[in-house]
Design a protein around this ligand. Sequence first.
Ligand SMILES: [Zn+2]
Length: 102
Amino acid sequence: MGNLCGCGEIAKCRTSWTQFNPGRRFLCCPNFMDPTRNCNYFRWVDGPLPNRWYQGTMYQLHVNLVNAQDQVVQANNQHSRIAFYNRVLIVLILGMFLVKFI
Ligand SMILES: [Zn+2]
């Protein structure tokens, strides 16, 4: 059975990605998203990180991952825009041919 928070609900396990505790799991209130219901229950699941090198490396890897994910989202958006303009161009070109040959 899981740990209960102050609301009597099973605590939610999440992972910290702060500079000081990157990759360290903790338990918190499952209502943490709603400030009016959050009981502020908090408890570390993992012990402290082994050293500063590990802490810095984990944090940097996470920052790199977030940046890479942002770049993928931006590339997908750009691709969607280009695909849209390509369709508009095709319709325009087809329209020009139709006008010419009717
Ligand atoms: Zn709670």
